[in-house]
Design a protein around this ligand. Structure first.
Ligand SMILES: O=C(O)CCC(=O)C(=O)O
Length: 270
């Protein structure tokens, strides 16, 4: 796997806040994750959410911290290639897992777009080394992929989290600015996206603006497993009101390295 991240990938990630890596997750992992997803759809975790409204077609299912309950997710999160991929792209000496996250958008789930957002403002994390590895378990065509605003991780702007999938409520912190209508001003930005196959992944900085498209295909599922990884400089950031993630406050003081709480943020690399 080590060869899967090239110098060109690292440069692209550092400049643009996202990289696409081809054929970097072995088929055996993909097959195990597919089994894990079916388990989770039947025995969903305590924080799982179905965002589909009764009147909407399809199913949009989300779950978090699956690694704490389902062995295949745990093995992938702790021993899979994501930690090393994130380490190399971030230039980190060590990596801890922040959490994992599952998106399932069944065929024809037309109301499942995840609007433009950054991930880091949702998290009690400060620091520049925070990277998600988004791994699809199905072919991802252009119409249902994830889009990125290239370079937005370098803007030094943090946009307020909003509860897009429920009531749209905006996180009340004074430290964030309200997000403009990025969709309405698409022409002003350098937007990139890629089609993907199982085994490929998208790796992106937690401050990179991105949106996940709906699954409007009629036959193809859209299952994606995301590991979110912390590097050397990631520290605990208490926000007011509390950040959504982690769900439970770790045994840390404000500003302390998250790696000081290995039960909450397990070491995954080296
Ligand atoms: O897959 C999607 O639709 C959205 C993905 C996303 O927002 C994320 O992984 O942070």
């Amino acid at each position: 796997m080590a060869g899967a991240v090239s110098t060109a990938d690292i440069e692209f990630y550092q400049k643009n806040g996202v990289a696409v890596l081809r054929d970097c997750i072995a088929e055996a992992w993909i097959n195990r994750l597919r089994v894990a997803v079916e388990k989770d759809l039947v025995f969903a975790g305590p924080r799982a959410e179905i965002y589909t409204k009764p009147e909407d077609p399809g199913l949009f299912f989300n779950d978090f911290y699956m690694y704490q309950r389902i062995p295949e997710f745990r093995d992938y999160a702790l021993n899979g290639p994501g930690g090393e991929i994130a380490a190399r792209l971030m230039g980190a000496n060590r990596v801890n897992l922040f959490n994992d996250h599952l998106f399932v958008k069944e065929p024809g789930t037309t109301e499942s777009r995840v609007p433009w957002h950054q991930d880091q403002p949702y998290c009690a994390v400060d620091g520049r080394q925070f990277c998600s590895v988004w791994a699809p378990l199905d072919p991802i065509p252009q119409e249902s992929t994830v889009e990125f605003i290239l370079g937005s991780h370098l803007w030094e702007r943090w946009f307020a989290p909003f509860d897009a999938m429920r009531d749209g409520a905006v996180h009340g912190s004074q430290e964030f600015e309200l997000a403009p209508d990025f969709e309405g001003e698409r022409d002003a930005h350098d937007i990139a996206s890629w089609t993907l196959e199982p085994g490929d992944c998208l790796a992106f900085h937690a401050l990179t603006l991105h949106q996940g498209m709906a699954n409007t295909t009629v036959t193809t599922r859209r299952r994606a497993v995301i590991g979110r990884y912390l590097g050397d400089d990631a520290v605990y950031a208490e926000r007011e009101p509390r950040s959504e993630f982690p769900h439970q406050a770790p045994p840390l003081s404000n500003g302390e390295p998250l790696s000081n709480a290995p039960d909450d943020f397990p070491p995954v690399w080296p």
